[in-house]
Structure formats: C-alpha cells, structure tokens
Design a protein around this ligand. Sequence first.
Ligand SMILES: CCCCCCCCC/C=C/C(=O)SCCNC(=O)CCNC(=O)[C@H](O)C(C)(C)COP(=O)(O)OP(=O)(O)OC[C@H]1O[C@@H](n2cnc3c(N)ncnc32)[C@H](O)[C@@H]1OP(=O)(O)O
Length: 300
Amino acid sequence: QKLTFSLKIAISSSLSKIHLNVSHGRLCASSTSFSQRNNSSSANLKVDHDQTTGVAVMHMQSPPVNSLSLDFLTEICITLEKLEMDKGCRGLIITSSQPKVFSAGLDILEMYGKSPERCGEFWKAVQEMWLKLYGSNMVTIAAINGSSPAGGCLMSITCDYRIMADNPRYSIGLNETMLGIVAPFWFKETMVNTVGHRNTEISLELGLLYKPAEALNIGLVDQLVPEDQVLSAATQTMTKWLAIPEHARQITKSMMRKSTIEKLRSNREADIQNFVNFITKESIQKSLRMYMEMLKQKKA
Ligand SMILES: CCCCCCCCC/C=C/C(=O)SCCNC(=O)CCNC(=O)[C@H](O)C(C)(C)COP(=O)(O)OP(=O)(O)OC[C@H]1O[C@@H](n2cnc3c(N)ncnc32)[C@H](O)[C@@H]1OP(=O)(O)O
C-alpha cells in the first residue's frame, strides 16, 4: 500500500520554529507556538482558516436569509474549490452569520420570471455546489445555527456530520412540495443516504420541516446542542474526525457516495434541461408566486 506523505510547511516570518511530526500517515510541519490564521472574505462569505489545525470555518453572510442566488452559489463554489486545492485545509465547518437562519435554500427569485438560459445557468451552479460538497475530500460539518429549509437542508446533508442548535423555533427539511415543486433525484438520494428510504418518502411527499428534536429522531441531524455551542461542538467533532487515518476515511467516503455522484455527473445536461422545462411552466411559476406572497403575508 502506498503511503502519501504531504509536507505542509507554512512559512511565516513571525514563526521561528517549525516542527515536523508524523500523524496518521501524514508528515506535517506545524508550529507549536502560534496558531496561524488565514482569513479571507468575499462579498457574502467569511472564511477563517486555521492553518495549524487545518480547519476552515465558512460563515455565510448573505442577508437577509442566506438564500442561494446564482452570485452566492458562485462565491461558495469558488471558495470550496480553493479550500479543496489547499493541502493545508483538511476540514470545513459551514455555518451562518445571519440571525435565526442557516440558509433559506435556493433563492426563489432566481426561479421566478427568469429566462430559460438564466434558469439553466442557475441550476448548473446548484449542481456544482452539490458536487463539490458531496464529493469533498475534506471532512465537512454543518453547524446549523438556524432554520434550514430545502436547499439549506440539502447543503447540510451533503456534509459528513450535522450539529444543530436546539431551538424549537428552527426547522430543517426538504419542503419543496410545499412550494409546488419537486426535489430532484439527487436531492432525494442525498436524503435517502442520510435518513433512509421510508423517512425520505414521507418527508418529501409531505414537504416536512422538522423541529430539531424530530430531526435528531430520524437522523436528519446527528447532534443537538445549545445555540451558543454550535460552533464549539462542531470544532470538537472535527478534531475527532481528523484523527482518523485520512486516506482510509476519504476512500470510505467516496465509496459511500460515488454512485449518487456519478448519476448526476453523467446526467448533468439532461438534469438542467429537466429543471428548465419544469420551472418555466406557467403552473409552476404560479405556485412560486403564491408561495412568495404567502411568505410576505406571514410577515405582515
Ligand atoms: C422534476 C424535478 C425538476 C426540478 C424541480 C425544481 C427543484 C427546485 C428545488 C428547490 C429548492 C429550494 O431550496 S426552494 C427554496 C425553499 N425555501 C423556503 O421554502 C424557505 C422560505 N423562507 C422561510 O421559510 C423563511 O423566510 C425563513 C428562512 C424561515 C426565515 O424566516 P424569517 O421570519 O426570519 O424571515 P422572512 O421575513 O420570512 O424572510 C426575510 C426575507 O427573505 C425572503 N426570503 C426568504 N426565503 C427566501 C428564499 N428562499 N428565496 C428568496 N427570498 C427569500 C422573504 O421573502 C423576505 O423578503 P422581504 O419580505 O422582501 O423582506
């Protein structure tokens, strides 16, 4: 068996000591005296990358509700690509900086009144985000510190592990049918891979949104913690996951997810066409309009 050693030397003028150590088959160079942070921000994302632990925390900060617009999805994909390529990043925690909401899911305005070309571009970006996250070599943890409907739930279940704030005002689930739309096969399969066929069937047909305790009960999330401990619990869990021999964990993850990923990879164009045909239908546009009106009325 071939062992791959990656020599990670973080060069910084402020660091005088670099120590070599071997950890789970990885030869690492790390500082023992300082924690090196590499923080970056784009318009709607803040990434704190701790070079010492190899863990990046991606804070979504797209007001008001982190809805996934084409621009926001593009930003997320670029960030994921950079982190994936960075040998110094082994773990990713995704969380929200917006109060009460992890992500409201796909931006409904991207699916309403838009040209077929634009809808196609949007859907390609949704696919891209899913492919990058579900197929990531990094350990990925969703620190769900607010509501997480539809695409927000999808984002969460693409991660390896989910920790949710134990606040009954929050909910999570694939509620697409409540909008009069249908969760595509790869949303469905990610859900099946998480909570099993029967739970998915009930959940998707009824468009259920689960309170944290219910979500824990069906295995949609893995752990509930008090709201102010979501990030610290995610960091603790990350340490445990990163202690597993890396190549073995990565191959196992790939084995578990490969067939679902391949199904989309080999059908991307058809899936885009399917989405565009579906979403531009007059009846579907009407359902989306009614749903948006309902959201506004709820507010009034
Ligand atoms: C065959 C298969 C083919 C393929 C078939 C097609 C497949 C498509 C798959 C779709 C996947 C999706 O994710 S569809 C998206 C589903 N998402 C949802 O149902 C979530 C809807 N939102 C909510 O429930 C709530 O907003 C929630 C997130 C809990 C936050 O509640 P709050 O009270 O804090 O905030 P609100 O006042 O409701 O919202 C603040 C503002 O944000 C707006 N807003 C909220 N969610 C939004 C969203 N997703 N997109 C845009 N805008 C949104 C509201 O309208 C408000 O706008 P102003 O009034 O202007 O301030």
